[in-house]
Design a protein around this ligand. Structure first.
Ligand code: HEM
Length: 496
């Protein structure tokens, strides 16, 4: 979601071209590239850089590099010319782009007195004013804290593990050896089921299918032109959102009537309705449930798909990961125990594969903020009203920080602390992703069942980095079930 404003505007290239034409006809429609009051200030200064063309700035170059085979070229060119922090003008706003780990860290650690999230107006409309992705201050901290604590709690991890195992096994039981399996699609299906259950407690069935259809319609609007009238994608998207809100509000109502107050919180809706704060209205809760579905529906499946892509291309890593998971599986079978969430997370090499996939895959390329006052970081000025783009991707691919950064090398994470400012796939500070544990757990469970049950050959496919990270063809693979009585036994255990 966080970089969806990029997606939105990326798909609006034609729109931008029309704007350029209008601009050239109205010659004085030029932005003022100078920043008042700082022209003569030599101590802290605007970073070097180029604001590009009037109004459109460097947006078109940014987009075209994103679509090219070298998505890094936009950043690399400017890093070489101006250093790790530079100014630009993208997506309608003068922007300080940081590819510097320390500067990114400061941006992530700042609070709403300094920076607020920045998204285009049409997205704000789709998300709703009370979305956790947009709100600031104490309400954001409260909701963030409640959601984060929920996903961290062991009893929730037990439930999520049970659900994930069940959905993974059900899905894998239907895979055919004689036709390709599209991993991206399968992972999306499973992650959506897990997330909807964890957020609003809906099990697979008619309601979930209804929600899935509406949700697909809704997210289509996030990638559309910001034009809202009957017949447009945005219009249909807003309508779909209304229908989803209605459905979720009826669930909230049912829960309130059943008076779940005294029972254990089974899902995020329970957590929020059981909180006594008057700010947490039904409208706010339902809006936020929809916004929370976006990262769950997209980022986790992409993480799973990319891990399988990298493993397919790296037989040694695949072998080590498979052996680690088979060893755990055999041990558990010997002890006649089922796997629990901590077992999945206890496998060091599997966790290293996930970390390396997050580093190399850069599912979220960075985060955008707007300065609410003049800000100085590491001697750089970020003027009030300007955007700042903390670009993680360049840091994750920096050869001063990672040897051979474009190589998939899970061993680089051995005995390495992943909590450092050079590795921020989940952001940081007050907005650190509250789904971090859920994402790692889901990926670990999928990888375990996949590698212990199947051998596979991947068809030719490539990674697309823009506007969102994904596999071009959805990662088709041809599978062969491993001949093992235990895997069959385990399938029977979960498939009902
Ligand atoms: C591989 C999977 C995921 C990645 C890489 C990821 C990454 C991120 C990043 C970078 C941020 C910071 C955004 C910012 O600072 O503006 C973030 C925030 C967030 N993520 Fe995730 N995320 C993932 C999965 C999830 C899941 C499964 C959920 C759902 C439970 C989730 C819910 C959220 C929410 C609600 C926020 C906003 C927090 C706030 O602003 O207070 N994410 N995520």
């Amino acid at each position: 979601m966080y970089n969806l404003w990029i997606n939105l505007l990326a798909t609006g290239t034609i729109f931008l071209v029309i704007i350029i034409i209008i601009i050239f006809h109205k010659k004085n429609f030029f932005i003022n590239h100078r920043v008042k009051g700082y022209k003569r200030n030599m101590k802290i200064s605007l970073p070097l850089g180029n604001l590009g063309w009037p109004f459109i700035g460097e947006t078109l170059e940014f987009i075209s590099c994103g679509y090219s085979h070298s998505p890094e070229s936009f950043m690399d060119k400017r890093r070489n010319m101006y250093g790790k922090v530079f100014k630009s003008h993208i997506f309608g706003s003068p922007t300080i782009i940081s590819t510097d780990a320390e500067v990114n860290r400061s941006i992530l650690q700042s609070d709403a007195k300094t920076f607020v999230p920045s998204y285009p107006k049409s997205l704000t409309e789709l998300m709703g004013k009370s979305s956790i992705l947009l709100i600031n201050g104490s309400l954001q901290r409260r909701i963030h804290g409640l959601i984060g604590a929920f996903f961290k709690s062991p009893h929730v991890k037990v439930r999520i593990t049970h659900d994930m195992q069940k959905y993974v096994q059900q899905s894998m039981a239907n895979w055919q050896e004689n036709c390709p399996v599209y991993i991206q699609h399968q992972a999306k299906n499973i992650a959506f089921q897990v997330l909807v259950k964890a957020l609003i407690g809906i099990d697979p069935g008619d309601k979930l299918e209804l929600l899935r259809i509406q949700f697909q319609e809704f997210i289509a609007g996030l990638m559309s032109l910001p034009i809202n009238f009957p017949g447009t994608t945005l219009y249909r998207s807003l309508k779909a959102k209304k229908r989803m809100v209605k459905l979720i509000q009826s669930i909230i109502q049912e829960k309130r009537e059943k008076n779940v107050m005294s029972t254990v919180n089974e899902d995020v809706v329970d957590v929020l309705i059981n909180n006594t704060s008057e700010e947490l209205t039904d409208e706010l809760i339902s809006d936020n449930m929809i916004d929370l579905m976006i990262p769950g529906e997209d980022s986790v499946p992409v993480l799973i798909t990319l891990a399988i892509k990298y493993l397919s291309d790296s037989p040694v890593a695949l072998q080590q990961l498979t052996e680690e998971n088979l060893t755990l599986k055999r041990l558990k079978e010997k002890q006649r125990e089922t796997l629990v969430w901590s077992d999945y997370l206890s496998l060091p090499f599997t966790q290293n594969v996930i970390s390396e996939t997050l580093r190399l895959g850069n599912i979220i390329i960075g985060v955008m903020r707007k300065a609410v006052k003049d800000v100085e970081i590491k001697g750089y000025l970020i003027p009030k009203g300007w955007c700042t783009f903390a670009y993680f991707r360049s840091v994750h691919l920096d050869d001063n920080l990672y040897d051979f950064p474009y190589q998939f090398n899970p061993w680089r994470w051995q005995n390495k602390d992943i909590n450092n400012s050079y590795f921020t796939p989940f952001g940081g500070g007050q907005r650190l992703c509250p789904g971090i544990d859920l994402a790692r757990l889901e990926a670990s469970i999928f990888l375990h069942h996949f590698t212990t049950q199947f051998r596979w050959v991947a068809e030719e496919d490539s990674i697309i980095n823009f506007p969102t990270v994904r596999m071009k063809r959805g990662m088709p693979i041809h599978i062969k079930r491993r001949e093992s009585s235990s895997s069959i036994m385990q399938q029977h255990q979960y498939v009902h």
